[in-house]
Design a protein around this ligand. Structure first.
Ligand SMILES: O=S(=O)([O-])[S-]
Length: 131
């Protein structure tokens, strides 16, 4: 196993990852879906309705419950589902968020592309990231 495989396995060992339909149910129950994909992917492939776009470089500051720059909707008990293209970098990001005091952080298994393959709703892409 490579170092990144080890890192990914360690990150996922602490996550209760959500499959697409489950993520949709969690969203209906109030979970926040956070899209960290690059703009070009979102523009070309679309986005999950109701998701919030956060640049990967800003993620920890926008989501850590004790950060003065956090999104107002983020609380220590929030359920947050991080979404990337295929569900790799989102696992690392979600593990970071858990370490920062967000135990309800997880990620979307298979990423946006699994959501799309499941036939779930998609909105037009290219939404500006939260500042
Ligand atoms: O976006 S990705 O990390 O799944 S390639």
């Amino acid at each position: 196993m490579s170092a990144i495989d080890d890192l990914l396995a360690a990150a996922r060992s602490g996550l209760d990852r959500a499959e697409p339909e489950q993520a949709q149910r969690l969203q209906r129950d109030g979970a926040l879906i956070v899209d960290i994909r690059p703009h070009v992917n979102r523009l070309e492939e679309g986005e999950i309705p109701g998701s919030v776009v956060v640049e990967r470089i800003h993620l920890e500051w926008r989501l850590a419950p004790d950060s003065e720059w956090r999104l107002p909707e983020v609380k220590p008990d929030s359920t947050v589902i991080v979404v990337c293209n295929e569900g790799y970098s989102s696992s690392l990001a979600a593990a970071d968020l858990r370490r920062l005091g967000l135990p309800g952080a997880t990620d979307l298994e298979g990423g946006f592309r699994a959501w799309r393959s499941a036939g779930l709703p998609i909105r037009e892409g290219g939404t500006p990231a939260v500042p």
